[in-house]
Write a protein that binds this ligand. Structure first.
Ligand SMILES: C[S@@+](CC[C@H](N)C(=O)[O-])C[C@H]1O[C@@H](n2cnc3c(N)ncnc32)[C@H](O)[C@@H]1O
Length: 302
């Protein structure tokens, strides 16, 4: 029995759900640009307690905005679910409540922000999706990947989706949900900041603009029955509770990115903060909404 399965004893897992290889060592973290980050991975958001709180808050914010934890037409008897880049583990834990008969595996390159550890219905596993997932082919009924825009360089998206397809059962579903650079009712300050941030991320090999093309990327890997959803979520106190939550989350994410981008562009932190203050004011004046991009598709029956 692989070590990562030992704590998941109450529910009998599917016999073939074992990793093919031992997961690699924990990605090391280091203080960079004032926050703890993963220096050996392309991922450029922090991995510290502050970011852990933000991820849990963001999860609540998305649930308030969308009203569910998933979009695919899941059968109630789904048995195996994979969450790629699981973060704190909050998504698998809440899905386990909704689907008590299922076993859910969360993988992440680092356990540094893991808050919800393995249980009888949920197993955490260290894995770097850029190097391949430690599972045999066709293991999961449903593969979910959310908010890895700052983790996957643009050129790697096709091979990562191919890897998600590999571990999905014929007839199973893959769902991707991301945030990119689409803000509706964006004023000039917001457009300027998004363009600036887009340029910085492109310098690092990332493309936030790709996130509006998740459906196309799923189609390129041969998935069927593809559905795309652009989900505008109000951004600002002008829209009440959900808008205030998303605004707090986005400002916290900008703060998490500030050190990296300012170091890269040789910009004083204060200049970036002033830009963000103006942008936040603009969201209230223009009644802005940030668009989440989602797409899901089914693996053919072969
Ligand atoms: C922004 S967080 C999103 C967490 C979670 N999906 C959610 O929606 O709350 C991105 C997560 O992906 C993880 N990650 C980054 N690069 C990864 C990789 N190459 N393989 C697996 N996980 C990775 C990070 O450690 C982080 O926990």
């Amino acid at each position: 029995m692989p070590f990562w399965w030992k704590r998941a004893v109450r529910r009998e897992p599917p016999a073939d759900l074992f990793p093919q290889q031992e997961p690699g060592p924990l990605a090391s973290s280091a203080i960079m640009d004032d926050r703890e980050r993963l220096p050996d991975a392309p991922y450029f958001l922090p991995k510290d307690a502050q970011e852990q709180n933000r991820l849990n808050f963001q999860h609540r914010c998305l649930y308030s905005a969308i009203g569910n934890h998933y979009l695919v037409p899941l059968r109630p008897d789904v048995t195996t679910i994979l969450d790629v880049g699981t973060g704190t583990g909050i998504w698998p834990v809440e899905m386990a409540r909704l689907f008590p008969q299922a076993h859910i595996v969360g993988v992440d390159i680092s356990a540094a922000s893991l808050e919800f550890t393995s249980s009888s219905s949920y197993t955490f596993c260290l894995a770097d999706v850029l190097k391949g997932l430690p599972f045999p082919d066709q293991q999961f009924d449903y593969v979910h990947q959310r908010l890895l825009v700052a983790a996957l360089p643009a050129t790697q998206w096709p091979s990562v989706i191919q890897e998600l397809v590999r571990v999905t059962r014929p007839g199973g579903w893959i769902e991707l949900l991301e945030i990119g650079v689409t803000i509706q009712q964006a004023g000039p300050e917001t457009t300027h900041l998004l363009t600036w941030m887009g340029e910085r991320s492109r310098e690092r090999g990332f493309d936030m603009g790709l996130m509006s093309r998740l459906g196309e990327m799923l189609a390129q890997q041969g998935l069927e029955a593809i559905e795309r959803q652009d989900i505008p979520v109000p951004l600002g106190e002008w829209a009440g509770h959900v808008g205030a939550m998303l605004k707090a989350n986005v400002l916290s994410a900008f703060d998490a990115l500030k050190g990296v981008y300012c170091t890269q562009a040789n910009m004083p932190l204060g200049q970036f903060e002033a830009m963000v203050n103006r942008v936040a004011q603009e969201w209230e004046e223009h009644h802005a909404s940030y668009v989440f991009h989602a797409a899901y598709g089914r693996r053919g029956k072969r």
